[in-house]
Ligand binder design. Structure first.
Ligand code: AMP
Length: 278
Protein backbone atom coordinates (compact mmCIF):
# COMPACT_ATOMS: atom_id res chain seq x y z
CA UNK A 1 0.00 0.00 0.00
CA UNK A 2 1.27 3.47 -0.89
CA UNK A 3 0.87 6.14 1.78
CA UNK A 4 0.64 9.84 0.96
CA UNK A 5 0.41 12.84 3.23
CA UNK A 6 0.17 15.60 0.66
CA UNK A 7 -2.34 16.23 -2.11
CA UNK A 8 0.50 16.91 -4.58
CA UNK A 9 2.17 13.53 -3.94
CA UNK A 10 -1.15 11.71 -4.08
CA UNK A 11 -2.14 13.36 -7.35
CA UNK A 12 1.29 12.80 -8.82
CA UNK A 13 0.93 9.10 -8.08
CA UNK A 14 -2.67 8.85 -9.33
CA UNK A 15 -1.92 10.72 -12.56
CA UNK A 16 1.64 9.73 -13.42
CA UNK A 17 1.71 6.15 -12.24
CA UNK A 18 -1.29 5.42 -14.44
CA UNK A 19 -3.42 4.17 -11.59
CA UNK A 20 -6.01 1.86 -13.01
CA UNK A 21 -9.54 3.17 -13.42
CA UNK A 22 -12.12 3.25 -12.00
CA UNK A 23 -10.74 4.85 -8.86
CA UNK A 24 -12.77 4.28 -5.69
CA UNK A 25 -12.52 6.48 -2.59
CA UNK A 26 -13.40 5.43 0.96
CA UNK A 27 -13.30 8.49 3.24
CA UNK A 28 -12.85 7.73 6.95
CA UNK A 29 -11.71 9.33 10.18
CA UNK A 30 -9.66 6.26 11.11
CA UNK A 31 -9.87 4.05 14.22
CA UNK A 32 -10.88 1.47 11.67
CA UNK A 33 -13.25 -1.40 12.47
CA UNK A 34 -14.99 -4.02 10.37
CA UNK A 35 -17.58 -1.50 9.22
CA UNK A 36 -14.84 0.56 7.53
CA UNK A 37 -13.19 -2.59 6.20
CA UNK A 38 -16.45 -3.71 4.60
CA UNK A 39 -16.40 -0.45 2.64
CA UNK A 40 -12.86 -1.23 1.48
CA UNK A 41 -13.99 -4.71 0.44
CA UNK A 42 -16.94 -3.37 -1.56
CA UNK A 43 -14.68 -0.73 -3.10
CA UNK A 44 -12.20 -3.42 -4.15
CA UNK A 45 -14.99 -5.33 -5.86
CA UNK A 46 -16.08 -2.27 -7.87
CA UNK A 47 -12.93 -0.20 -8.40
CA UNK A 48 -9.51 -1.07 -9.84
CA UNK A 49 -7.72 1.38 -7.54
CA UNK A 50 -8.93 1.87 -3.98
CA UNK A 51 -7.95 4.99 -2.05
CA UNK A 52 -8.80 5.20 1.64
CA UNK A 53 -8.48 8.52 3.40
CA UNK A 54 -7.97 8.91 7.12
CA UNK A 55 -8.56 12.42 8.33
CA UNK A 56 -10.14 13.55 11.59
CA UNK A 57 -11.84 16.59 10.14
CA UNK A 58 -12.00 19.46 12.67
CA UNK A 59 -14.70 21.42 10.82
CA UNK A 60 -17.35 18.74 11.31
CA UNK A 61 -16.92 18.46 15.08
CA UNK A 62 -19.37 20.46 17.13
CA UNK A 63 -17.66 19.60 20.41
CA UNK A 64 -13.97 20.48 20.88
CA UNK A 65 -13.52 17.78 23.54
CA UNK A 66 -14.85 15.12 21.16
CA UNK A 67 -12.35 16.23 18.48
CA UNK A 68 -9.43 16.20 20.89
CA UNK A 69 -10.08 12.74 22.30
CA UNK A 70 -11.08 11.13 18.97
CA UNK A 71 -9.00 7.90 18.70
CA UNK A 72 -6.04 7.96 16.28
CA UNK A 73 -4.45 4.48 16.26
CA UNK A 74 -2.43 5.13 13.08
CA UNK A 75 -0.19 2.05 13.06
CA UNK A 76 -3.06 -0.41 13.59
CA UNK A 77 -5.12 1.36 10.94
CA UNK A 78 -2.27 1.01 8.43
CA UNK A 79 -1.97 -2.71 9.21
CA UNK A 80 -5.71 -3.25 8.78
CA UNK A 81 -5.72 -1.46 5.43
CA UNK A 82 -2.69 -3.46 4.24
CA UNK A 83 -4.47 -6.68 5.17
CA UNK A 84 -7.65 -5.54 3.44
CA UNK A 85 -5.65 -4.99 0.24
CA UNK A 86 -6.24 -1.23 0.05
CA UNK A 87 -4.00 0.27 -2.65
CA UNK A 88 -3.51 3.82 -1.42
CA UNK A 89 -3.84 5.53 1.95
CA UNK A 90 -4.19 9.31 2.00
CA UNK A 91 -3.44 10.61 5.46
CA UNK A 92 -3.02 14.40 5.40
CA UNK A 93 -2.31 16.74 8.30
CA UNK A 94 -4.88 19.41 9.14
CA UNK A 95 -2.69 22.12 7.57
CA UNK A 96 -2.64 20.20 4.27
CA UNK A 97 -6.43 20.22 3.99
CA UNK A 98 -6.88 23.67 5.54
CA UNK A 99 -3.77 25.74 4.69
CA UNK A 100 -5.69 28.92 5.47
CA UNK A 101 -8.88 30.00 7.12
CA UNK A 102 -11.68 29.58 4.65
CA UNK A 103 -15.38 30.07 4.44
CA UNK A 104 -17.56 27.21 3.26
CA UNK A 105 -21.28 27.16 2.86
CA UNK A 106 -23.48 25.21 0.49
CA UNK A 107 -27.22 25.59 0.69
CA UNK A 108 -28.71 22.11 0.53
CA UNK A 109 -32.07 23.00 2.00
CA UNK A 110 -33.91 21.52 4.95
CA UNK A 111 -32.14 18.15 5.01
CA UNK A 112 -29.14 19.82 6.65
CA UNK A 113 -31.13 20.88 9.71
CA UNK A 114 -33.09 17.74 10.49
CA UNK A 115 -32.12 14.93 12.90
CA UNK A 116 -28.31 15.08 13.25
CA UNK A 117 -28.36 18.62 11.89
CA UNK A 118 -30.64 19.74 14.70
CA UNK A 119 -28.41 18.28 17.41
CA UNK A 120 -25.09 19.10 15.72
CA UNK A 121 -25.61 22.47 13.99
CA UNK A 122 -22.97 23.07 11.30
CA UNK A 123 -21.88 19.42 11.26
CA UNK A 124 -22.96 18.73 7.69
CA UNK A 125 -21.35 21.90 6.33
CA UNK A 126 -18.07 20.57 7.75
CA UNK A 127 -18.74 17.12 6.30
CA UNK A 128 -19.45 18.56 2.85
CA UNK A 129 -16.40 20.82 3.06
CA UNK A 130 -13.99 17.94 3.67
CA UNK A 131 -15.67 15.45 1.35
CA UNK A 132 -15.58 18.06 -1.43
CA UNK A 133 -11.86 18.64 -0.81
CA UNK A 134 -11.22 14.89 -0.87
CA UNK A 135 -13.23 14.54 -4.09
CA UNK A 136 -11.17 17.33 -5.71
CA UNK A 137 -7.89 15.81 -4.48
CA UNK A 138 -8.60 12.19 -5.47
CA UNK A 139 -11.04 12.71 -8.38
CA UNK A 140 -12.63 9.31 -7.76
CA UNK A 141 -15.08 7.67 -10.14
CA UNK A 142 -16.82 6.02 -7.20
CA UNK A 143 -17.10 6.91 -3.51
CA UNK A 144 -18.21 4.52 -0.80
CA UNK A 145 -20.19 5.48 2.31
CA UNK A 146 -21.87 3.52 5.09
CA UNK A 147 -25.61 3.44 5.69
CA UNK A 148 -24.64 3.86 9.35
CA UNK A 149 -24.50 7.59 8.58
CA UNK A 150 -27.62 7.59 6.45
CA UNK A 151 -28.33 11.31 6.58
CA UNK A 152 -24.71 11.98 5.58
CA UNK A 153 -25.29 10.02 2.36
CA UNK A 154 -28.30 12.15 1.45
CA UNK A 155 -26.30 15.31 2.22
CA UNK A 156 -23.38 14.23 0.04
CA UNK A 157 -25.72 13.19 -2.76
CA UNK A 158 -27.16 16.69 -2.70
CA UNK A 159 -23.68 18.23 -2.77
CA UNK A 160 -22.64 16.03 -5.70
CA UNK A 161 -25.77 17.10 -7.55
CA UNK A 162 -25.34 20.82 -6.83
CA UNK A 163 -21.62 20.82 -7.65
CA UNK A 164 -22.17 18.65 -10.71
CA UNK A 165 -19.50 16.14 -9.76
CA UNK A 166 -19.07 13.05 -11.99
CA UNK A 167 -18.88 10.67 -9.01
CA UNK A 168 -21.07 7.65 -8.34
CA UNK A 169 -21.94 7.22 -4.66
CA UNK A 170 -22.22 3.68 -3.33
CA UNK A 171 -24.04 2.94 -0.06
CA UNK A 172 -22.81 -0.01 2.01
CA UNK A 173 -24.86 -1.79 4.71
CA UNK A 174 -24.33 -1.33 8.46
CA UNK A 175 -21.93 -3.82 10.01
CA UNK A 176 -22.90 -4.83 13.54
CA UNK A 177 -21.33 -6.64 16.46
CA UNK A 178 -22.71 -10.15 17.04
CA UNK A 179 -25.20 -8.80 19.59
CA UNK A 180 -26.52 -6.09 17.25
CA UNK A 181 -24.62 -2.98 18.32
CA UNK A 182 -23.67 -0.99 15.21
CA UNK A 183 -19.89 -0.82 14.91
CA UNK A 184 -18.49 2.64 15.57
CA UNK A 185 -15.08 4.12 16.33
CA UNK A 186 -16.71 5.63 19.42
CA UNK A 187 -17.74 2.25 20.88
CA UNK A 188 -14.32 1.95 22.53
CA UNK A 189 -15.33 4.74 24.92
CA UNK A 190 -18.11 2.57 26.40
CA UNK A 191 -17.38 0.81 29.69
CA UNK A 192 -18.86 -2.66 30.25
CA UNK A 193 -22.11 -1.42 31.74
CA UNK A 194 -22.58 1.25 29.06
CA UNK A 195 -21.79 -1.29 26.35
CA UNK A 196 -24.74 -3.39 27.61
CA UNK A 197 -27.07 -0.39 27.90
CA UNK A 198 -26.13 0.73 24.37
CA UNK A 199 -27.69 -2.42 22.97
CA UNK A 200 -31.13 -0.97 23.54
CA UNK A 201 -30.70 1.22 20.46
CA UNK A 202 -30.41 -1.65 17.97
CA UNK A 203 -33.00 -3.71 19.90
CA UNK A 204 -35.55 -0.93 19.78
CA UNK A 205 -34.94 -0.44 16.05
CA UNK A 206 -35.23 -4.17 15.40
CA UNK A 207 -38.46 -4.37 17.39
CA UNK A 208 -39.80 -1.46 15.37
CA UNK A 209 -38.83 -3.12 12.13
CA UNK A 210 -40.47 -6.42 13.11
CA UNK A 211 -43.79 -4.88 14.00
CA UNK A 212 -43.78 -2.03 11.49
CA UNK A 213 -46.99 -1.06 9.75
CA UNK A 214 -47.23 2.40 8.30
CA UNK A 215 -50.63 3.10 9.86
CA UNK A 216 -49.36 2.44 13.40
CA UNK A 217 -46.07 4.25 12.88
CA UNK A 218 -46.52 6.90 15.61
CA UNK A 219 -47.65 4.34 18.21
CA UNK A 220 -44.70 2.07 17.39
CA UNK A 221 -42.32 5.02 17.50
CA UNK A 222 -43.57 5.92 20.98
CA UNK A 223 -43.11 2.33 22.13
CA UNK A 224 -39.54 2.31 20.84
CA UNK A 225 -38.88 5.63 22.59
CA UNK A 226 -40.20 4.18 25.85
CA UNK A 227 -37.97 1.13 25.51
CA UNK A 228 -34.95 3.38 25.20
CA UNK A 229 -35.80 5.96 27.84
CA UNK A 230 -36.22 3.36 30.62
CA UNK A 231 -32.68 2.11 30.01
CA UNK A 232 -30.24 3.53 32.57
CA UNK A 233 -27.47 5.85 31.33
CA UNK A 234 -29.08 6.21 27.91
CA UNK A 235 -30.20 9.73 27.04
CA UNK A 236 -32.24 9.73 23.87
CA UNK A 237 -31.76 12.65 21.48
CA UNK A 238 -34.17 11.58 18.76
CA UNK A 239 -35.89 8.55 17.32
CA UNK A 240 -37.67 9.39 14.11
CA UNK A 241 -39.45 7.47 11.39
CA UNK A 242 -38.99 9.31 8.10
CA UNK A 243 -39.09 8.80 4.35
CA UNK A 244 -35.76 7.92 2.76
CA UNK A 245 -36.05 10.60 0.07
CA UNK A 246 -35.58 13.80 2.05
CA UNK A 247 -35.86 12.44 5.61
CA UNK A 248 -39.03 14.26 6.56
CA UNK A 249 -41.85 12.74 8.59
CA UNK A 250 -44.28 12.42 5.70
CA UNK A 251 -44.17 8.68 5.06
CA UNK A 252 -47.43 8.50 3.11
CA UNK A 253 -45.82 8.03 -0.29
CA UNK A 254 -42.09 7.46 -0.05
CA UNK A 255 -40.21 6.78 -3.28
CA UNK A 256 -37.19 5.12 -1.69
CA UNK A 257 -38.67 3.61 1.48
CA UNK A 258 -39.08 4.32 5.18
CA UNK A 259 -36.29 4.39 7.74
CA UNK A 260 -36.03 4.76 11.52
CA UNK A 261 -33.05 6.75 12.82
CA UNK A 262 -31.90 7.09 16.39
CA UNK A 263 -29.30 9.09 18.31
CA UNK A 264 -28.56 8.85 22.01
CA UNK A 265 -25.86 9.51 24.53
CA UNK A 266 -24.78 6.46 26.47
CA UNK A 267 -22.85 7.86 29.39
CA UNK A 268 -20.70 10.49 27.69
CA UNK A 269 -20.63 8.71 24.32
CA UNK A 270 -22.92 9.79 21.51
CA UNK A 271 -24.12 6.93 19.31
CA UNK A 272 -26.29 6.79 16.20
CA UNK A 273 -27.99 3.90 14.44
CA UNK A 274 -30.75 3.32 11.91
CA UNK A 275 -32.78 0.60 10.27
CA UNK A 276 -34.74 0.51 7.03
CA UNK A 277 -38.33 -0.39 7.90
CA UNK A 278 -39.83 -0.87 4.46
P1 AMP B 1 -16.14 7.48 10.07
O1 AMP B 1 -14.73 7.04 10.18
O2 AMP B 1 -16.95 7.24 11.30
O3 AMP B 1 -16.27 8.87 9.52
O4 AMP B 1 -16.81 6.54 8.98
C1 AMP B 1 -16.26 6.41 7.70
C2 AMP B 1 -17.23 5.67 6.82
O5 AMP B 1 -17.46 4.37 7.37
C3 AMP B 1 -18.59 6.34 6.72
O6 AMP B 1 -19.07 6.24 5.38
C4 AMP B 1 -19.43 5.55 7.67
O7 AMP B 1 -20.81 5.56 7.36
C5 AMP B 1 -18.86 4.17 7.49
N1 AMP B 1 -19.16 3.33 8.65
C6 AMP B 1 -18.96 3.63 9.96
N2 AMP B 1 -19.44 2.65 10.76
C7 AMP B 1 -19.94 1.71 9.93
C8 AMP B 1 -20.58 0.44 10.15
N3 AMP B 1 -20.82 -0.04 11.37
N4 AMP B 1 -20.98 -0.26 9.06
C9 AMP B 1 -20.76 0.22 7.80
N5 AMP B 1 -20.16 1.41 7.54
C10 AMP B 1 -19.76 2.14 8.59
Amino acid sequence: MEIFKTIAALQNHLQNQNSRKPVGLVPTMGALHNGHLSLIKTAKAQAATVVCSIFVNPTQFTDAGDLEKYPRPVETDIQKLEQAGCHILFMPEVTEMYPQKEHWHLDIGEIENRLEGEFRPGHYQGVMQIVYKLFVAVKPDLAFFGQKDFQQIRVIEKMVELKNLPIKLVTCPIIREADGLAMSSRNIYLNDAERKHALILSWALLQLKKSFVKEASEKLRQEAIEMITVEPQVKLEYLEIVNMDDLNRDISNPEKGIIALVAAKVGQTRLIDNMILS
